[in-house]
Design a binder for this molecule. Structure first.
Ligand code: LLP
Length: 432
């Protein structure tokens, strides 16, 4: 009925999220409100885990890409699911550590890590650091030497794969700020240098080809390309690389016409390619890491807003303004990403109009979407935007000094606050 399976309609004709009336959630916690459904997060984690078990004999680890959505409660859930985590800044790492995530299962990312971040990651004892460039390799080698440790690392490789997704979320092609290029020989040279280092141990290669990708073929292609590099390193440097991190990027359903392949199919096909390519190239089957972010967090989230002004501009469009906007969801402004929306208190009614949903920021581009089919919306209605669990809260801002919304988790008919709503005092907290 809705893009997210946890959404339904109750006897009052109201939208329900994980079985709870969305209008009641809006009344209890206020709007705008991010609502995360714990069961949706957990079921995505276990599907990823189980598919590695089934198709790759359990020889892999799911590392949740916490950039999609991070707070203490989310990290606690990730930890209790027994999976790992990918952190990309000291803030994401600190959150995961404070939440009790097993540091050995954390991979630390970033294309421009500071020395402070590298020191913190080494001090925490993170499982591996994904090194992006030579300067970082050299700085990390020095830091590890000073601290008297041998730090496990992976190298981030640009495999040269063109994934069919928005230009801004493509990362695997040669013209990208992330990682070492394969085509130019830069990746091989980096591996050579890493192997010669005394205080880092090259335990894996990493690639990430982009985000919101529906097609499985580019992932298969990336796996093959990476295994060829592993084979080249084995042959020419006599060094066996044991880990292969295939990144994240699995597409999700934002609109009814989206039809992403299930993770199980991804895992089945990629495992097959990894096994056959290894046999062909004569290399050991690597331990696999995957880093799904969006596919774990996005379907779990729904944002609730209160409708304010309605402006009908004859023959042009109807604007429905809400009490949030690009400050809590910048994805339409940034990528023209489309969402399904529903008036939560009229969820059983037909969607009879197509509207532009505008936010409250002083910015014409502050839209949640255009041409969105919606029930007739009036001031005071509760608007729900679906599948907002990833890259919404995590990309939110205080533009116009607007306070960030609260985050609430729902679970089996109960709700609890996970992140408090900001107040104007939070806005001036660091002002002197
Ligand atoms: N691993 C690495 C190294 C990444 O760079 C990313 C995402 C992921 C994993 C997780 O990818 P996912 O499974 O979530 O697609 N802000 C954009 C998405 C940027 C993704 C950046 N990297 C958006 O809102 O669509």
């Amino acid at each position: 009925m809705f893009v997210s399976d946890n959404l339904n309609i109750n006897e009052n004709g109201h939208l329900t999220i994980g079985g709870i009336d969305a209008v009641e959630l809006a009344q209890q916690y206020g709007t705008p409100l991010y609502v995360m459904d714990e069961q949706v997060v957990r079921s995505a984690c276990s599907r990823f885990r189980d598919s590695i078990e089934k198709y790759y004999d359990g020889q892999g680890l799911v590392c949740y890409a916490s950039k999609a959505f991070s707070c203490l409660e989310m990290c606690r859930i990730i930890q209790s699911e027994g999976i790992g985590l990918d952190a990309v800044s000291i803030g994401e790492l600190y959150t995961a550590v404070k939440a009790g995530v097993d540091v050995k299962k954390i991979g630390f990312h970033g294309n421009n890590k500071t020395n402070e971040e590298l020191c913190y990651a080494v001090d925490c004892g993170v499982g591996h650091i994904i090194v992006d460039n030579i300067s970082e390799l050299e700085r990390l080698e020095k830091i590890a030497e000073e601290k008297g440790v041998k730090q496990h690392i992976m190298l981030r490789i640009k495999p040269g794969i063109d994934a069919h997704t928005h230009d801004f979320v493509k990362t695997g092609q040669i013209d990208s700020k992330f990682g070492f290029a394969l085509e130019t020989g830069e990746a091989f040279e980096a591996a050579k240098q890493a192997i010669s280092c005394g205080n880092v141990e090259l335990m894996g290669l990493h690639c990430h080809i982009g985000s919101q990708i529906f097609d499985i073929a580019p992932f298969e292609e990336a796996a093959k390309v990476m295994l060829n590099l592993i084979a080249q390193i084995k042959k020419e440097l006599n060094y066996e690389i044991k880990g292969l991190n295939l990144g994240g990027g699995f597409g999700i359903k934002y609109l009814n016409e989206h039809d992403p392949a299930p993770f199980e199919t991804y895992m089945e096909r990629v495992s097959k390619v990894v096994k056959s390519t290894c046999a062909e190239l004569g290399v050991e089957q690597p331990f696999i890491f995957i880093e799904p972010g969006r596919s774990i967090a996005a379907p779990a989230g729904t944002t609730l807003y209160t409708v304010g002004a309605r402006k009908e501009i004859p023959d042009i469009r109807t604007y429905i303004s809400v009490d949030g906007g690009m400050c809590d969801n910048p994805r339409y402004a940034l990528y023209k990403s489309e969402y399904e929306a529903v008036i939560a208190n009229k969820a059983a009614e037909e969607r009879t109009e197509k509207v532009t949903i505008a936010g409250k920021c002083c910015e014409s581009g502050d839209l949640i979407g255009e041409n969105m089919p919606l029930q007739h919306a009036e001031s005071g209605d509760i608007l729900a935007v679906c599948a907002t669990g990833a890259y919404n809260y995590s990309m939110s801002s205080n533009y116009n000094r607007i306070c960030r919304p609260a985050v609430v988790f729902v679970n089996k008919g109960e709700s609890r606050i996970a992140v408090k709503r900001e107040t104007p005092d939070d806005i001036i907290r660091n002002d002197i």
